[in-house]
Design a protein around this ligand. Structure first.
Ligand code: FE2
Ligand code: FE2
Length: 358
């Protein structure tokens, strides 16, 4: 054991006496240069075999005075301007508009806007093609007529409601325009045809140079006229909703069939019209229907959500809405009466059930 310890000590002493290997100092990297004119520095070809020492690579390249030196890590970014360079080059290449320029542009655009009237919209070939396609698509799917007769009715009735309630002439005309193009989204698809039609209408009306503020009133009305997703967002929107939902009539039944519920209900409606009482602030929808063809209950099955939307729309116009079918008021505005008293001859036949069969 003592021998082993002696050998270990001797070996350790020898190790400590060995001189340490010299630590090589890092050779400073030579500058990679790029001339200001984009000239590449001359690169000397290596001589000898691949195993021969690279003595030639450590030679310094003579730099012209105009050469800009960058670090090797900057080679990738050398082509891009530095922060200071970028600022100066950006300012010289692109001039950002100042407030004066913006104001001038807005003023020029204002001068470029035009008053687009109903006749121009009616004559526009894009709108006419869209209305025709919408009607054709819906006819294939079995819907009622949505062509020029329907949009013409909605256009005129929307304008008339607004006129009767005292709105200005331009609002009346915008309402008529919105009514005329409210269903163009059906040219693409029945689902969401309101918002889709609004987007199409914006594009066309903007190209016709209509004022964007006026366009927003029209697209708001178009995009909100369907009961699934719509809401009476303004006077034009409200008047259009009432006009559109009131157009239920046997003349709209394309196939003249009573096989389905929609066809039967519409075929039963012989006459319909809207009245506006601007003093009492009441909008009334009168429906006269042949109950031998379809019952009032069937009308409500289809139109109940549309009539509820009409109530909201009338409220937005500062009015109440009454639905009158065959001279009977179907809905009651202003809420239910505070108490119900039965006549002497009446009797309440409903009875609470205790859940046990008698
Ligand atoms: Fe519609
Ligand atoms: Fe419609």
């Amino acid at each position: 054991m003592a021998k082993i310890i002696t050998m270990y000590k001797q070996e350790k002493a020898e190790t400590l006496q060995k001189p340490r290997a010299a630590v090589k100092k890092p050779v400073p990297k030579k500058a990679v240069t790029e001339s200001a004119k984009g000239e590449k520095p001359a690169v000397k070809k290596r001589s000898g075999s691949l195993n021969s020492p690279r003595k030639d690579t450590v030679k310094t390249v003579e730099l012209p005075k105009t050469t800009q030196t960058v670090r090797s890590t900057d080679v990738r970014t050398a082509e891009m301007p530095r922060a200071t360079d970028r600022t100066s080059s950006t300012n010289s290449a692109v001039s950002l508009p100042n407030q004066t320029n913006l104001d001038q542009n807005i003023e020029m655009q204002k001068n470029d806007y035009k008053i687009i009237n109903m006749e121009q919209v009616r004559a526009n070939p894009e709108f006419r093609a869209l209305i025709s396609a919408a009607n054709s698509n819906l006819e294939v799917m079995g819907y009622n007529e949505h062509g020029l007769r329907h949009v013409g009715y909605v256009s005129k009735t929307t304008g008339n409601i607004l006129r009767e309630l005292g709105f200005d002439n331009r609002t009346i005309e915008l309402g008529a325009i919105a009514g005329f193009i409210h269903d163009i989204g059906n040219a693409i698809n029945r689902t969401h045809h309101g918002p889709v039609g609004a987007a199409i209408a914006y594009d066309i009306l903007a190209r016709m140079k209509m004022n964007p503020t006026e366009i927003t009133q029209i697209i708001g009305a178009i995009g909100n006229h369907e009961e699934q997703t719509g809401w009476p967002v303004g006077p034009i929107s409200s008047a259009l909703i009432i006009a559109d939902k009131s157009d239920a009539h046997r003349s709209r039944v394309g196939r003249k069939t009573t096989d389905d519920l929609h066809g039967r209900v519409n075929m039963a409606i012989k006459k319909n019209y809207i009245t506006v009482d601007k003093v009492k602030k009441v909008i009334r929808l009168f429906i006269f229907m042949d109950t031998q063809i379809s019952a009032t209950m069937e009308f409500l099955q289809i139109y109940i959500t549309r009539m509820a939307m009409c109530e909201k729309a009338a409220y937005r116009l500062g009015c109440s809405f009454e639905l009158i079918i065959n001279k009977t008021v179907i809905n009651r505005q202003g809420g239910p009466p505070s108490s119900v008293t039965l006549d002497a001859s009446e009797r309440n036949v409903s009875e609470e059930s205790n859940g046990i069969a008698d």
